[in-house]
Design a protein around this ligand. Structure first.
Ligand code: DAH
Length: 339
């Protein structure tokens, strides 16, 4: 019996020393100590021994089980620490390797211009008002002195949803809303998207405008000129000159077009200004008294000036962009240039 036990012990030691991972070690555990393992088999075989030998043999088998268990747990901790070392070595992070750079996004040029405009006007005390893009005919046209059959409706290729509901063609619609909602004095800046059925290199069916409205006592064309000049100098160059040219908008009287000296030739005349030395940048005027009346403001007590700026136009001028469609094609190569 002793011999047999020694043999099993030797075999177990050999097997354990050769096991090179935890799985192999577990298989050895099952083969020796499991339910139908060799050591367990010895205990079962005791039934066939004479009564007086059983305690001795039982003790020997138990010792064998303990010895094998001890050797196994030593081996187990060896294997575990080897595995851990392997994992540490193979999963080591080399902190000196160059990192993967995330591509940083940038603001869209229209947003850049929008922010710059807001900043310039916020410094002069203007407040932001955002009106709806789906608008009533009343605010987009009628209250602004453009009745149903007014020929000025032809200036704007309107996208109608129903007879009375449309996609706003101009942020001027916000003027009427503000004047109805709030009491003067007012100093409002209203940026947003506008829509017209128009599509070529300088017109897009969706584009952005920024509306300005000031209503107070004793407002004159000089206030308009001074305000816009301060803004344009901040936006473009300090040394630019501005001029007001007579124009027509139904909601202003008088109405003007504001020109600035050409950025490229400084007024001498070039391809950009088509030889005139001047570039048109926005429309403006003194709020028509009929618009004030329509919005329940007494025109004998209050006057106002208003202006409308096309953001794409400003961005095209500022960055020298030749085609409005570039803004909306989402070509990253184009957009990246405005960081
Ligand atoms: N709404 C005009 C347009 O879309 C721009 C404009 C001109 C707005 C004169 C104004 C203004 O407030 O006074 O063409």
């Amino acid at each position: 019996m002793q011999e047999k036990i020694n043999e099993i012990y030797q075999n177990a030691l050999n097997a354990i020393s050769q096991a090179n991972d935890l799985k192999a070690l577990d298989e050895i555990r099952v083969a020796y100590l499991g339910k139908s393992g060799l050591v367990t088999g010895l205990l079962k075989g005791m039934r066939d021994l004479p009564q007086e030998e059983r305690p001795k043999v039982g003790q020997m088998v138990n010792e064998l089980r303990e010895k094998i268990t001890t050797v196994m747990s030593q081996k187990e901790s060896e294997l575990k620490s080897a595995e851990m070392n392997n994992a540490l070595a193979s999963e080591r992070v080399d902190v000196t390797m160059p990192g993967k750079k995330d591509d940083l996004g940038s603001l869209h040029p229209i947003n850049l211009v929008r922010n710059e405009l807001i900043e310039a006007f916020a410094g002069m005390g203007f407040e932001i008002y955002e009106g709806p893009e789906i608008e009533l005919d009343e605010y987009n046209f009628r209250l602004l002195n453009i009745p149903q059959d007014h020929p000025a409706r032809d200036m704007q290729d309107t996208l109608y949803i129903t007879e009375n509901i449309l996609l706003r063609t101009q942020t001027s619609s916000g003027q009427a809303r503000v004047m109805q909602e709030k009491k003067p004095p007012l100093k409002i800046l209203s940026p947003g998207k506008v829509y017209r059925a128009d599509d070529d290199a300088t017109h897009s069916p969706m584009f952005h405008q920024m509306e300005g409205l000031v209503v107070d006592k004793n407002i004159t064309l000089c206030d308009l000129k001074g305000t816009l000049e301060a803004f344009l100098k901040k936006m473009f160059k300090d040394d630019l000159k501005t001029r007001l040219r007579p124009s027509y908008f139904p909601f202003t009287e008088p109405s003007v077009e504001v020109d600035v000296t050409c950025f490229e030739c400084k007024g001498k005349g070039c391809h950009l200004c088509k030889g005139t030395g001047w570039i048109e940048v926005l429309g403006a005027g003194i709020v028509n008294r009929r618009v004030l009346e329509n919005c329940n403001i007494n025109p004998d007590e209050y006057q106002g000036f208003a202006f409308g700026i096309g953001l794409e136009r400003i961005a095209m001028l500022k960055y020298g962009i030749p085609d409005i469609r570039l803004f909306f094609e989402n070509d990253v190569r184009f957009l990246k240039q405005f960081k």
